[in-house]
Design a protein around this ligand. Structure first.
Ligand code: PGA
Length: 251
């Protein structure tokens, strides 16, 4: 089963538009459900209403607080996300790391989610590449740090998304190639093998994200060896997202 994560980021801008998008996404999910598992990571404020009006949509959040004390103004805990029916949660997204989130903080977030049995979608990725491969050590730190205190039993419930920062969003330098994706999927599996074992490394889904579109999606899954995709902008356009989902569901 391939995985398709929609990351709506900070959109749509009204509850009405969010419900409409949720319904279109749910329809796409139904059409492709035999071979594709779709997860909609919506802004947390929309979780409750989307859960009611798009009942079969599998929901995720886009970040979580490490705080457990209720005296944490403005924060949303893993326990609240759980109560709002979020089954997954993105952590370590480059747009969140850019606000100052450290590897240590992301590890704590992962632990909070695991405690609530919410699947963390751990994003890792380098800001830039160099020809000598030094950027690999940054990925190693991100993966090893995030997984350093995870209980073995929880390893079957995590996902990793490789998202090179230079390939994300409207300001992307360029798209990544399927070969660049495959090399990194292999590298991350190797890191997990070294930390745990090969069986674990094979079982953790490794997704690709960064300027994924209906045109390049299939290649990241076939040649790129990604277990699925994490899609930002295109997930806000039901027509394009539907095409993308159909393409990867027929691989
Ligand atoms: P994008 O975003 O598909 O718009 O590049 C991906 C992401 O940030 O997760």
């Amino acid at each position: 089963m391939k995985i398709l994560v929609a990351n709506w980021k900070m959109a749509p801008s009204t509850p009405k538009a969010a419900l409409a998008l949720a319904k279109s996404t749910m329809a796409i999910t139904k059409q492709t459900k035999k071979s594709l598992s779709v997860i909609a990571c919506v802004p947390s404020v929309y979780l409750a209403s989307v859960a009611v009006s798009a009942k079969s949509l599998v929901l995720g959040a886009q970040n979580v607080s490490t705080a457990t004390d209720v005296a944490s103004t403005g924060q949303i805990s893993a326990a609240i996300l759980k109560a709002l029916k979020a089954e997954h949660c993105i952590i370590g997204h480059s747009e969140s790391r850019a606000t100052g989130e450290t590897n240590e903080l992301i590890r704590e977030k992962l632990d909070r989610l695991v405690d609530q049995k919410i699947t963390p979608i751990l994003c890792v990725g380098e800001r830039e590449r160099d020809n000598q491969g030094w950027y690999l050590s940054g990925i190693k730190d991100q993966v090893e740090s995030a997984l350093s205190s995870i209980p073995k039993a929880a390893l079957k419930r995590i996902m990793i998304a490789y998202e090179p920062v230079w390939a994300i969003g409207a300001k992307a330098e360029r798209e990544a190639t399927p070969v660049e994706c495959r090399e990194m999927v292999m590298y991350i599996r190797r890191l997990i093998t070294d930390m745990f074992d090969e069986k674990t490394a094979r079982s953790i889904p490794i997704l690709y994200g960064g300027s994924v579109s209906e045109d390049n999606a299939a290649a990241f899954v076939t040649d790129g060896e990604a277990s699925g995709l994490l899609v930002g902008r295109v997930s806000l356009d039901p027509k394009r997202f539907g095409k993308l989902a159909t393409r990867i569901s027929t691989i």
